[in-house]
Design a binder for this molecule. Structure first.
Ligand code: PMV
Length: 277
């Protein structure tokens, strides 16, 4: 059996498209995979590719259990690929090291995403915190103090990431907002590595994403309610405006009131920790 953690963008989505810093952290939830003799899970393209790059025969069956919502920016496809590659290599008696696992997971991500930045595989394989600037090598960092977060599902976006990136490109005020997001990410990086409170920075990044026009009405209303209960809130990932805006990060000293609101409103959420490794 092997486990690979999912990831989330803590700071810097969209701004990263324009050369800003993005901070990506692995979360405590993820994907488990094992080779089985009985009926395995359905083989998606990514699973088939993962078995192949691990050197397994096409008749190998794997059972996959995922705690990650699919297509919600939590690195589900990279975590599936990585956990399948690891378990197949264990089964073949050829354990894999992290650097090779990163290379092979990247191969699978090309199947899933065409031209991936490498952030998801890096986060899933190495864990911790990844600092990413387009066109530069990934920087692997360690979060000083693990952070407890709530991940709230505001609904699956109707738009693709590409459509949301285009939407931002059409925002006449984007330049200043994107610059501010980039600066926030720089400040957050220092605090995450050296220790320090990031609640305020999360909230500021969240508000800037709302100004950028990537947060829909449902998620904005929910953000307001959660902020009213003392939480710091931002969406994570590309966002969406027509229906849902994807997963939202909520950080608070006391989650009890937030849980109650979400339970009463029948909104899905889970609690996770970043920076545990
Ligand atoms: O939700 P995701 O994993 O698709 O995040 C997209 C992040 C963006 O900055 C919006 C796009 C990108 O390519 O970096």
């Amino acid at each position: 059996m092997s486990f690979s953690a999912g990831k989330l963008i803590l700071f810097g989505e969209h701004s990263v498209v324009y050369g800003g810093l993005a901070l990506v952290a692995s979360i405590s939830r993820g994907v488990r995979a094992r080779v089985v003799q009985e009926a395995g899970s359905e083989k998606t393209e990514v699973v088939r590719k993962a078995i192949e790059v691990a050197g397994g025969d096409s008749d190998i069956k794997v059972k996959i259990e995922s705690e990650l919502p699919v297509g919600s920016g939590l690195g589900s496809s990279a975590a599936v690929a990585s956990s399948v590659i690891k378990t197949v290599r264990e089964y073949l008696g050829k354990p894999i090291d992290q650097d090779e696992l990163f290379q092979l997971t990247m191969e699978c991500e090309k199947v899933a995403h065409g031209n991936p930045s490498g952030v998801d595989p890096a986060s899933v394989v190495y864990g911790g915190l990844i600092a990413f600037i387009k066109g530069e090598p990934l920087e692997r960092l360690k979060i000083k103090d693990p952070i407890k977060l709530m991940l709230v599902n505001t609904g699956k976006p109707s738009e693709t990431t590409k459509e949301m990136v285009e939407r931002v490109a059409n925002n006449p005020d984007k330049e200043a907002i994107i610059k501010d997001i980039g600066q926030l990410a720089e400040r957050a990086k220092k605090r995450l590595v050296e220790g320090g409170e990031i609640s305020q920075l999360i909230n500021e990044n969240g508000i800037l994403l709302e100004k950028l026009g990537v947060v829909g009405e449902r998620a904005r209303t929910l953000s307001e309610q959660l902020r009213g209960l003392g939480a710091s809130v931002k969406i994570t990932g590309a966002g969406g405006v027509k229906t849902g805006s994807g997963m939202m990060i909520a950080k608070a000293k006391d989650f009890a009131k937030i849980r109650k609101l979400l339970d009463n409103s029948q909104i899905d959420y889970f609690e996770t920790t970043v920076g545990e490794q």
